[in-house]
Structure formats: C-alpha cells, structure tokens
Ligand binder design. Structure first.
Ligand code: MTE
Ligand code: MOS
Length: 752
C-alpha cells in the first residue's frame, strides 16, 4: 500500500486552519434577506391565535410566514409525521422550541425585532416533563399514548438461566442529555438560480434528507432542488435530520419572496430547538456463573424522546441491539420503550442510542467481577466475542472479529498489572485524592442495519481531467471526521495519483445519487467502496486503451506513486491522463456500493443486525478529589478493531476526539431545565471539555482484522471512538470511590 494507512496531510486542513474554509454563514448573495424564527416558548398548550399585523408593519420586513403560507405538507418526521413545521392555529404546542412563524427582512436586526412583534395566544396545558410522569399517559403529549414505540429481543430462556445462576446483579441506571456542541451552529441559505432551481447551502450531514423534506414542504419536484452541503463545523448526529427543519425555513421564505434568504442560528436558538442525546432510565438483571460466564440479560430501557419522534424509532433499534454489550449472551429478554415528553426532541448523537446502555452493561460487568473476585479485564475477556460466535441477537460473526485482540493490546499497552499496583499504592497513601482504573469493552454495528437497508447504498463520481488532476464527489459528507481525506487516499491508492492532486468536492444532490445519510459510521465502508469502484472503472478504461496503444498486456501497466509504468517505459500519471483524454478514453465514472443484504426477525429481535461490527476496548485512569468532587481523566489506552486503517492521522484524531467527547458525557455535560425550558442554553453554563480537560496521553492502537466487504478491508470508527469512553471513565470513577455510581453525568455533587 502506498497511501492506505500511511500518514497523509489532511486535504481540508489548511483552509480550516487558515480561516478560508466557507461555512454556511460565509455565503452571501445579492439582494439577500435575513430570516428570524418565532418560538412558542411554552412546553405544552393549544395555539389559539396568531397575529402578524404589527410585525408586518415594521419597515424593512418583507414577509411574515405562518402555517397558512406552506404550499406543501406542513409535517416533518423520518418515521412518523408527528411534528408540525409551523404550528397551525388550533393545534398543540408540545415544547418550547415549536415554531409559530418566520420573518424575512432586509437585515437580521429588523427580522429579529419583527419576530418579537408577532403576537400569539397559547392556552396552557400541564407539561409532561419526566419519563415517570409520561408513563401515566395523563396527559398524552402526542399521538395516542406517550409510550409510542417498543422494541424487543427474545432469545433463550432467561428464567431458567436465573435459576441456574451463581450470581445475579440487579441495578437501575440513569443517563442525561448531551448537546452536540458542534462549533458551527445550524444554518442555511436558500436562493433561486437563473434556471429556477432552488439552491440550498446548508451545514448538514445528509443533503438528501434536506432535498426530500424541502420538496415536501414546498411541493416541488426533486429535480428543482439542489442541496449543497457547505463546509460543516461538526455534526455528531445533530445535523442528521435537523438541517431539514433549519433549511426549510429560508427555503420557504425564498419561495415566498423570490429573493435569497439566510438563517444562521444563534447558539441559544440551536440549543433550544435542535436535538440532543436521549436521556434514559434502565433496569437490568444479569446472571453469571461462578467463573464469570455471562448467561442471561434481562432489561427494560426507557428513552425520553421529547415532543416528537424524529429519529427515535431508529435510535432505539441501536439501543436494543447494543443493550447486552459486546458479549456472548445465550439468554436475552430486552424491552426498549421510547416515550413522548414536553421537551426538546432527541435524535441522533454519536453512538445513536448505544452509549446509554453500554454505560449500564459495563458497570454491571465491573460489579460482577468484584463480587466474583475476578479482574475486570478477565471477566470481559472471558465473555468477549470471537469468530463464528453469536452476538446477543444471534448474529453469527463469520469475519472481522478482533474483539479479544483489542483487549489484549490495551492490557499490554497500559502495562496493566504494574499500573494496577501503582494505583493501589497511591490510594493507600492518599486520603482525599483517589485514583481509579476503568475498563470498557464495546462493539458497534456499522451501517444502517437491517431496518435501514433501503437507504444503505452510496454513490461516488470520480473525474480524471486531462492534466491528471482529479475531482471526487461522494454523496456522503465531511463534517470534521476526515472523510474527504479518506476518500482521496482510496482514489490515490487505486489510480496511483498523488493525494495532493485530488480534490474532493462538497456534495450536491443534483450531481450524485441519494447515498443515504452520513451516519452510522458508514462513510468509509459505503462511500469508500463507491470511490474505489469508480476509480477502478477509470483505471480499467485507461488500461484497455494503453494496452492497445503500446501493444502490452494489462498486467504490464502499473499505476503507482504518481507514475504509470508501461513495460520498460515510465510516464507521469499526468502525461497518461492527457494521452487518454486525447484518445477519447472515458475518464469520468460513477461508483455505487450497496449493503450486503441482512436477515433479521424484527418481532423477536433476532438475526443479522448490521453488516459488520467494530470492536473496541478502553482503559481509563482518573483522579478524583474527594473534597471538591473534581474528576480528572489523566490517561487513556484505547484500541479499536476497524478492519483496516485507511487514514491513519484521521483515525487517531477520531479516537482523541471521541475519548474527550465521551468523557464530557460521563462527567461534565449537563442540560438543566426549568419547566421544560433549557436554561443551560450556551457554553457559559453548558460546560464541555476544553483543552485543559484533555488528558496528556491518549494511547491509541488499532487491530486490523480485515472485513472482506470493506474497501481494503476497512470498517467504521466515527462513533465507536466515542462509545468506549463513557463506560470506561465512569467505571474508573466508581473504582476510585470504591462505590458504584449509577448515573451519568457524574456531577461533583454526586461525588461529595
Ligand atoms: N468527528 C468529527 N470531527 N465531527 C463530527 O461531526 N461525527 C461523528 C463521527 N465523528 C463527527 C465525527 C458521527 S455521529 C458519525 S456517524 C461519524 O463521524 C460519521 O462519519 P464516518 O461515517 O466517516 O465515520
Ligand atoms: Mo452519527 S449519530 O450516526 O450521525
């Protein structure tokens, strides 16, 4: 391999560091208007009346739009259309961020002022603010019942297993919200091109979702809507479905005024209106044999969806599949419920419903180890998956199961036995400061899984120009995770052209086919394969021509290192591109990759849940100050089996970021509410880790247990890089205290 797995300069790095990269807010158009949003600011009630007359009178206001101005469907919802785009009179307000009206004006200041002049009346209803209140179904927030969705796994015989168990652990857990805290807030600009195409520039993970949703709101055909993803300053799942609600606003205003319209959210709007990680409550009962063998898991998990279901039915599928951890479990009885409340709708967040249950399951593994007198490493190793073994859903794994190797590597890398001894020694001689070590061993299903196969395809367009430079466009997006560089590396490896000559473009929905959402850590596998397929087609077109032209066999032509070797001659790739172009060789190709088909019984939750799984192990060392409650992550050792490392620096970066974001979830970040309204609405009171909280050493290693369907054997890393962290850090804190903490975030108050 010339480029795969090597250190390669990040292709979008310089522009981002130098400040020349253009984010949504950096787009300006002639004659552009600015939009503002009118919020309900009440958790529950009936919207009696909207009055826009005062707002319309303000000089500089061009349009005030309400539900009456929506030409198409006024509804949103990926699975269930249970959310209004603009709340109609007579309908319900279900959380503070419900939108009543939109304003378009000549300046952002006028738009904001006009938004404040829109009058409306809401007849209050009692708000439902917790899972426990919601379960009473009085009042019902949305639809027919607050317990809107249910998923389950039924495998083996749990009651028999509990009878045969040597140890049963029963525990309840709670997890809180997490805000994505992408540095670039949501925003979009919409305008009509001279060809009458509605062009939308939007910071987003899934431009095709935006295209479809705007088409439905405006009742326009898809071929009249070009969604162009702008450089995106972080998504973390928060820009999966949400940008549809964001972009539809300037799109509607542009449709009504026929002028360009821009809306860039303030942080306060963003935190108020847009999705978070689901809070959860869970109850676990887990059975072990004396030697640590896991024999049964029974659990009920409740996820707080907030006012609208959005992606919850898909998120809870992942909760279900990951609820037993990364282990062999013969007897399984799992129920997961998603519940409506009068709060912000929750949706996708790195890990997608799995961090909540992995935290619980990994806490139980530690408790079991303690009670049975086994080391936490050993109990995980004993139950870890191996080739030809079955996951909790009965998915037999026939390739790429590097689970145990990740455990072994972390054990060695951390010099575990000596480390453990050092920690014990330190704790004996210190009264108020304690060290703790925490293990986690997790897995993550890469791809959209058995329920999302209709969306699990991805396209790529590769274009070799006559000077040898190359454009690549994929239908998935770069949002900071390094996908552009990964795609360039794959194209470079196939075509033998230098990475520096490859430009990966921002996706446009009128250029590439719907490639599904950029989620589920699927980009490397799906878009990576699509790029590889397209590049291979071009290479084969070139070789066919060259073998005729030079009278040599295909195998005598080698593309490598920016050169083309033809028997005993050497050309630059650029010269060969010119030659091919001048001889009518086809140098543009589309690649398409679709998921290998999965078999899954959705009634019992049994079968092949995802196309492949990434396996991960983390060991964390924390220091806890017993007097102040301060927790510090001092060091972490992490190993992921990702099949094959494509973009080495990108992969290490994902792990560094994931460890820190996961640590924030476990011990720092907390959404506080007052009567359903978020009061931690900016980063002065919603605290995320900063550089000062980052441990000096995060040791990263990778296992490469090839996934045969992946490009060059690769799987995904985007989300597992976060997922190993919360259980590991939380377990380390509990270890330091000698007491189990059953909630995250672990606040200083909890320690005290
Ligand atoms: N890394 C950065 N820097 N920024 C992000 O927004 N999103 C995460 C992860 N890593 C994210 C990130 C999420 S939620 C997903 S699903 C994956 O990246 C998506 O990218 P991939 O498919 O290339 O792994
Ligand atoms: Mo990631 S939560 O799948 O966008």
């Amino acid at each position: 391999m010339k480029y795969i797995g090597k250190k390669v300069k990040r292709i979008d790095g310089a522009a981002k560091v130098q400040g020349t990269a253009r984010y949504a807010a950096d787009y300006y158009f002639h004659n552009m208007l600015y939009g503002a949003v009118v919020y309900a600011n009440k958790p529950h009630g009936i919207l009696k009346k909207i009055d826009t007359t005062e707002a319309e009178k303000l000089p500089g206001v061009v349009y005030v739009a309400t539900y009456k101005d929506v030409p198409g469907s006024n509804k949103f919802g990926i699975v269930t259309k249970d959310m209004n785009f603009l709340v109609p009179e007579g309908d319900k307000v279900r959380f503070e961020g419900d939108v009543i009206a939109l304003v378009a004006a000549e300046t952002p200041e006028i738009a904001q002022k006009a938004a404040e002049l829109v009058k409306f009346e809401i007849e209050d209803l009692p708000p439902v603010l917790t899972i426990d209140e919601a379960l009473k179904d009085d009042p019902v927030v949305n639809g027919k019942t607050n317990v809107a969705f249910h998923r389950k796994i039924r495998k083996g015989d749990v009651s028999k297993a509990f009878k045969e168990a040597d140890l049963i652990i029963e525990m309840d857990f709670e997890t809180g919200y997490q805000e994505h805290a992408y540095l670039e807030p949501q925003g979009a600009v919409a305008f009509y091109t001279p060809e009458d195409i509605l062009e939308i520039y939007v910071t987003a993970q899934c431009p095709f979702y935006v295209q479809e949703d705007v088409a439905s709101i405006l009742n326009l055909p898809l071929n009249k809507i070009n969604v162009i993803q702008t450089e995106t300053g972080g998504g973390f799942g928060g820009k999966e479905d949400v940008p549809s609600y964001i972009a539809a606003k300037p799109a509607l205003l542009s449709y009504l005024t026929k002028r360009p319209v821009k809306i860039i959210y303030t942080r306060e709007m963003d935190i108020k209106e847009t999705s978070k990680r689901h809070p959860s409550k869970s109850k676990y009962k887990v059975a072990f044999k004396k030697d640590g063998t896991l024999i049964a898991v029974e659990t009920s998990v409740y996820l707080d969806m907030g006012a609208y279901s959005t992606l919850s039915p898909i998120v809870m599928y992942r909760t279900t599949i990951h609820s037993c951890g990364a282990y062999k479990v013969p007897n399984v009885y799992v129920d997961v419920y998603a519940i409506y409340t009068n709060k912000v709708p929750c949706g996708a967040f790195r890990g997608f419903g799995s961090p909540q249950v992995l935290f619980a399951m990994e806490a139980i593994m530690d408790e079991a180890a303690k009670k049975l007198g086994i080391d936490p490493y050993e109990i995980r190793y004993k139950n870890a998956l191996d080739i030809n073994e079955e996951t909790a859903t009965g998915h037999k794994l026939v390739s790429s199961v590097g689970a145990k190797k990740t455990l072994e590597r972390v054990y060695k890398m951390s010099d575990y036995l000596n480390l453990k001894e050092k920690v014990e020694k330190y704790n004996k001689s210190n009264t108020y400061k304690k060290l703790g070590l925490g293990w986690s061993h997790i897995f993550y299903g890469v791809s959209l899984g058995s329920g999302g196969q209709h969306l699990d395809g991805a396209g790529a367009k590769v274009h070799v120009h006559s000077d040898g430079t190359i454009n690549v466009m994929i239908g998935n997006t770069e949002m900071g995770q390094g996908a552009k560089t990964t795609m360039a590396i794959i194209a470079a490896e196939v075509l033998g052209q230098d990475v520096s000559k490859i430009h990966v473009m921002q996706p446009q929905t009128l250029v590439v086919q719907d490639s599904g959402p950029t989620v589920a850590s699927r980009t490397t596998v799906f878009s990576g394969n699509a790029v590889k397929i397209a590049a291979e087609k071009i290479k084969s077109n070139m070789k066919t021509f060259l073998s005729n032209y030079f009278g040599v066999g295909h195998n005598e032509i080698v593309f490598e290192n920016g050169k083309c070797y033809i028997r005993d001659k050497i050309f630059s790739f650029d010269e060969i591109a010119t030659l091919c172009n001048n001889n009518n060789v086809k140098l543009v190709e589309m690649g398409w990759f679709e998921t290998p088909k999965l078999h899954f019984d959705h009634e019992n939750g049994i079968g092949e849940a995802y196309v492949t799984y990434t396996f991960s192990t983390q060991l964390s060392l924390v220091e806890v100050d017993l007097l102040t409650g301060k927790i510090q992550l001092k060091e972490a050792w992490v190993c992921h089996d990702i099949g094959k490392v494509i973009n080495y620096d990108g992969a290490v970066g994902q792990v560094h970021g994931g460890v820190v974001q996961g640590m924030g979830y476990a011990v720092m970040e907390e959404i506080k509410m007052n009567n359903g309204q978020i009061i931690t609405n900016n980063f002065n009171n919603y605290l995320i880790p900063t550089v000062k909280d980052v441990p000096e050493n995060i040791h990263v290693d990778f296992v490469e247990d090839m996934y045969p369907e992946g490009p060059f054997g690769a799987k995904g890393l985007g989300e597992p890089s976060l997922m190993s962290s919360p259980p590991s850090v939380a377990n380390a804190v509990s270890h330091a205290l000698g007491k189990r903490i059953r909630k995250i975030p672990i606040a200083m108050e909890d320690i005290i």
